[in-house]
Write a protein that binds this ligand. Structure first.
Ligand SMILES: Cc1cc2nc3c(=O)[nH]c(=O)nc-3n(C[C@H](O)[C@H](O)[C@H](O)COP(=O)(O)OP(=O)(O)OC[C@H]3O[C@@H](n4cnc5c(N)ncnc54)[C@H](O)[C@@H]3O)c2cc1C
Length: 453
């Protein structure tokens, strides 16, 4: 099997990770990576780079835990080149009754929930491990459920005083996705993997695969025994070239990053999510104006929860990132960013609900603020598609939604093991097209919270 040649279409984090584990774990180094641009330049460049093992289904928990194991292995082996840290995810709500949230945690953690959930309702809690240091080593796993108000004010001083509960997912934080990609590419280069810059226009199958690639100097046809579709937002287009319809769609999501010169966000604050829906903090005048315009009236109405904020650039840095994946309207993927010029103001005002100190930036976001975005490529149930794609020896690794950075290692490992026909983890079939034949699973997934972040 190791003599087979492979073309990987896409050098985002998913294509790179697939090639990395194919070469590293299975000795298949006859790989050509094709992308119309430089590696890690498209969706993977827009990632918030956060990771977590918090999901409402055990398959996604196992998958992201495995990915985190692999990221930690790379952090250890590379002197933490990937800047991995671990202050967790802090999910904040003004609700005291959190039965539904705890139910979801139980769904995801299964039998291990009884050891993984730690309740803190007293000021002095011997089991609560502080997160003063960003280090990922030595930090606990599991979930701290904090309802003691003094403990909340002490540990999360900047939050809205109305917050009643914090659920802190401890195996979570952020990494440098770019460095993860570069680390893997360095390895791929060292074992002789080739890279071709050009756009894939057509694929034919005669014996192996003939992949037609065009770039500014013309076009060429590359051949290989097997092909991997890791084309991110264009995965459906690549699949169609092989007569396969993938059940994926795209929504555009945005973020802003800016220099927090006024120190509104504590540098030690974990990735923080306001779980509660809200009405954005407009003035009465602004609200009336929005309501008068049918295109903007929705901004004066109820907005969903899950707005998020975190410090960026380490404890000595100054930048912060804000995001809010409220856009659920599917659209045809484009190479250009579909930025809404109102988004910075919307996300800033939304974020002040949990972090009131951000109000000082109303109308005064720094000029060097960075507004960016990219496509969430997803299935309706928001699970990835990894495995065989259709025609013999064609594979897919796509539909990574808002979790492709954190899932890349496990997704690459799984796709590579499928290609090499070796032993697969328990979650393999759940993430392949075979899941659509499992009516019970599909019903459960469609009913579940999508958890889009
Ligand atoms: C705003 C935002 C925030 C996010 N935050 C997080 C986060 O905090 N944590 C997390 O884990 N994930 C996050 N994600 C998700 C993550 O960024 C993606 O899931 C991941 O980058 C997808 O990687 P990919 O390799 O599949 O796609 P891409 O990075 O898009 O790579 C696909 C590549 O295929 C190439 N390609 C496509 N078609 C062709 C063709 N015909 N010919 C040649 N090349 C082609 C493209 O040029 C591209 O480079 C976020 C995403 C967005 C948009």
């Amino acid at each position: 099997m190791s003599s087979l040649s492979t073309i990987v279409i896409g050098t985002g984090i998913i294509g790179i990770a697939t090639a990395y584990y194919l070469a590293k774990n299975h000795g298949q180094t006859r790989i050509t990576l094709i992308d119309r641009d430089q590696p890690m330049a498209f969706t993977s460049a827009q990632s918030g780079e956060n990771y977590r093992n918090w999901w409402p289904h055990p398959a996604m928990v196992a998958f992201t835990n495995r990915s985190t194991d692999l990221m930690e292995e790379i952090a250890r082996d590379s002197g933490n080149r990937i800047n991995m840290n671990r202050r967790g995810y802090a999910l904040a709500t003004r609700e005291k009754n959190i039965d539904e949230l705890v139910g979801q945690l139980h769904d995801g953690l299964g039998d291990s929930a009884k050891n993984m959930l730690r309740y803190h309702s007293h000021r002095r809690s011997d089991t609560y491990v502080p997160f003063d240091s960003p280090d990922w080593e030595g930090m606990p796993d599991g979930v701290d459920i904090i309802q003691n108000q003094a403990l909340i004010r002490d540990r999360f001083p900047g939050y809205d005083p109305e917050i009643q509960t914090i659920i802190q997912i401890r195996r979570g934080g952020d990494i440098s996705g770019q460095q993860l990609g570069m680390y893997m590419l360095d390895y791929l280069k060292s074992v002789g993997v080739k890279r071709v810059v050009g756009e894939v226009r057509n694929i034919t199958q005669q014996g192996g695969y003939q992949v037609k690639v065009a770039n500014s100097s013309g076009s060429e046809t590359l051949v290989a025994d097997q092909v991997v579709n890791a084309a991110g937002p264009f995965a459906d287009k690549i699949a169609k070239m092989l007569g396969v319809d993938l059940p994926v769609y795209n929504t555009f999501q945005q973020k802003i990053a800016f220099e927090d010169r006024r120190g509104a966000i504590p540098r030690t604050m974990p990735f923080s999510i306001d779980l509660d829906g809200q009405k954005i903090d407009w003035s009465d005048e602004e609200r009336d104006m929005l309501l008068e315009d049918p295109d903007f009236a929705w901004l004066a109405g109820d907005m969903p929860g899950a707005i998020h904020c975190r410090p960026d650039g380490g404890d000595a840095g100054k930048w912060v990132k804000l995001g809010w994946a409220y856009n659920e309207t599917p659209a045809k993927a484009t190479w250009e960013q579909q930025l809404d010029s109102n988004f910075p103001d919307i996300v800033l005002r939304g974020a002040t609900r949990l972090n009131p100190a951000l109000k000082s930036y109303y109308g005064q976001l720094p000029r060097n603020m960075h507004h960016y975005g990219g496509w969430y490529t997803m299935t309706e149930e928001n699970w990835p598609l990894i495995g065989r794609m259709g025609p013999e020896r064609s594979f897919m690794n796509c539909a990574m939604s808002g979790f492709g950075t954190m899932a890349a290692c496990a997704a690459g490992e799984l796709c590579a093991a499928t290609i090499a026909e070796t032993e697969l983890p328990d979650y393999a079939s759940d993430f392949s097209l075979a899941r659509y034949d499992n009516a019970q699973l599909m019903t459960t997934l469609r009913a579940a919270n999508k958890g889009v972040l």
